[in-house]
Design a protein around this ligand. Structure first.
Ligand code: SF4
Length: 134
């Protein structure tokens, strides 16, 4: 069975979460509960909105004209996306195969991502453009 992500919501025309126009995936679940959080409805880890990578890629494909024409890409945010590090890693692999720029918005406070993070980090460092936006 294909891996599923627990998603809070999707924004197809994000302009503040990375370079260009972004397809933003907000992941569900975050235990940090920061006082300044403006996405409190993402805190719960309840599974209400499950999606496979194929389904997500189909949605992203529909926004490709905007992404391509603006040198944009896909941003994963939350919530804390690295609570679902395996899903994020597989998603990034597929996006990089299609040469789609990726951004990861994370608090990096969790331990369960370490075996996946190497993959994410490799991709992150593999493109000089990514460094520009650090
Ligand atoms: S890490 Fe981000 S999503 Fe989680 S509580 Fe803090 S600001 Fe909100």
């Amino acid at each position: 069975m294909e891996i599923q992500g627990n998603i809070h919501s999707i924004e197809t025309f994000g302009t503040v979460d990375g370079p260009g126009i972004r397809f933003v995936v907000f992941f569900q679940g975050c235990p940090l509960k920061c006082k300044y959080c403006h996405n409190r409805d993402t805190w719960s880890t309840e599974k209400n909105n499950l999606i496979t990578i194929s389904e997500l890629l189909r949605e992203i494909k529909r926004s490709k004209p905007y992404i391509d024409s603006s040198n944009g890409g896909v941003t994963v945010s939350g919530g804390e996306p690295l609570l679902q590090a395996k899903f994020v890693t597989e998603l990034f692999k597929e996006l990089h195969k299609q040469k789609i720029h990726t951004c990861l918005d994370t608090a990096r406070k969790f331990t369960n991502y370490s075996r996946y993070f190497r993959v994410i980090k490799l991709y992150r460092f593999s493109n000089a453009r990514h460094k520009t936006y650090w």
